[in-house]
Design a protein around this ligand. Structure first.
Ligand code: NAP
Length: 340
């Protein structure tokens, strides 16, 4: 079986193609034949580790997300799952068997049925961005604890970075759930992508007065902010949040500390919620998987240029290039084609 492994942290070049024995499904696990492996920033961050040159033992197959077909099941798993099309999440979380290989194994709950009319591309692009977006949209006090058509009806959501993978997913999910969606981008190409994703209002944060524009759209303030750059955007977020609003913070790319004034947030009982998918509550993950399955069945979530998420395909042997692309800030979704 072809696989990509790394046994030491570092640059993309630590990713090494190998032939190895397939991992076997243990009790409660399924073995999945991977068609697409989705690459996310977390995958290169894990590959880099805290310090370059640190040995990785056991060797690690990278990438959390993927899609494919259940090839075999372990003890205690319903044998009828064999042959099922699935999307896979958290394959490499505290486990060595990521999705950059022809066969991987995951606990059966992390292999979720993929509807027949949903492509493997969509299945592999979905997990981290859409689950993260789902959590960011369900942490508002008095807001919905799940997403479905209408659950965000009458609410306004501000998505910062609407051309990013999570930003795109947040626009699509908020739209599906009935919100008015405002998003920010850095330029015209990203504006076109955010519009394609379904945003009602797209603001160029480099050229426009975002606070004034959002206030025109939502005079009483927005109900939720999905925030990729909390430190840089603190002034905006503090100025545009409404009563009982939430600011969901899911990234810290600039590594700057978050500094906010207390009183303007205290008065409207605003909630700052920090979000990390891996440690989010199990009960919420169950809800997210259920809601995303419904959205997939409804054809409400999409990938590709016309969904604001251009796809970039790499063969398995070019995992180095695929990781380098994500690390370099590729616009769109990087997928590794493992099996045709
Ligand atoms: N906490 C979690 O569980 C979780 C889950 C998924 C991702 N993440 C993290 O979230 C970050 C983004 O992931 P991604 O996959 O969505 O990456 P991505 O596709 O590269 O998107 C990041 C987007 O943020 C935009 N951006 C940067 N600074 C901005 C600002 N000040 N205002 C508005 N937009 C800004 C970028 O565009 P411009 O620079 O052109 O504006 C870009 O479109 C990564 O650090 C990733 O590790 C965390």
């Amino acid at each position: 079986m072809r696989a990509i492994i790394y046994d030491v942290t570092g640059d993309p070049e630590v990713l090494t193609p190998v032939d190895r024995e397939p991992p076997q499904a243990g009790p409660g696990e399924v073995q999945v034949r991977i068609h697409r492996s989705g690459v996310n920033p977390t995958d290169w961050k894990n590959r880099r580790g805290a310090e370059a040159g640190t040995p990785v033992e056991p060797v690690q197959v990278p990438n959390q997300d993927g899609s494919g077909v259940v090839e075999a099941v372990g003890a205690g798993v319903d044998a009828s799952r064999v042959g099922e099309r699935v999307w896979v999440f958290e394959a490499a979380y505290q486990r060595p068997e990521g999705t950059a290989q022809e066969l991987t194994v995951v606990p059966e709950a992390r292999a979720v049925p993929l509807p027949d009319d949903a492509s493997f591309d969509l299945g592999a692009a979905l997990p981290i961005p859409f689950m993260t977006a789902h959590r960011c949209l369900t942490v508002t006090e008095g807001g919905p604890d799940h997403l479905a058509p209408g659950t965000l009806g009458g609410r306004t959501v501000l998505v910062s970075g609407g051309a990013g993978a999570v930003g795109n997913a947040a626009i699509q999910l908020a739209r599906w759930a009935g919100a008015t969606v405002v998003t920010t981008v850095s330029g015209p190409e990203k504006a076109a992508l955010a519009e394609a994703a379904g945003a009602h209002h797209v603001l160029n944060y480099r050229e426009q007065d975002v606070i004034a524009e959002v206030r025109k759209i939502a005079p009483d303030g927005v109900d939720a902010v999905v925030e990729v750059a909390a430190a840089a955007n603190a002034e905006i977020d503090v100025a545009v949040v409404g009563l009982h609003a939430s600011v969901a913070v899911y990234a810290d790319d600039d590594k700057a500390p978050l500094s906010v004034p207390i009183r303007p947030l205290m008065l409207p009982n605003v909630r700052y919620q920090f979000v990390l998918l891996y440690t989010a509550p199990d009960g919420w993950k169950t809800t997210a998987v259920r809601d995303l399955t419904e959205a997939l069945r409804a054809g409400a979530i999409r990938v590709g240029e016309d969904a604001g998420m251009p796809l970039h395909h790499y063969p398995l042997e070019q995992a180095v290039e695929a990781h380098a692309a994500v690390e370099g800030g590729a616009v769109g979704k990087v997928l590794i084609d493992v099996t045709d």
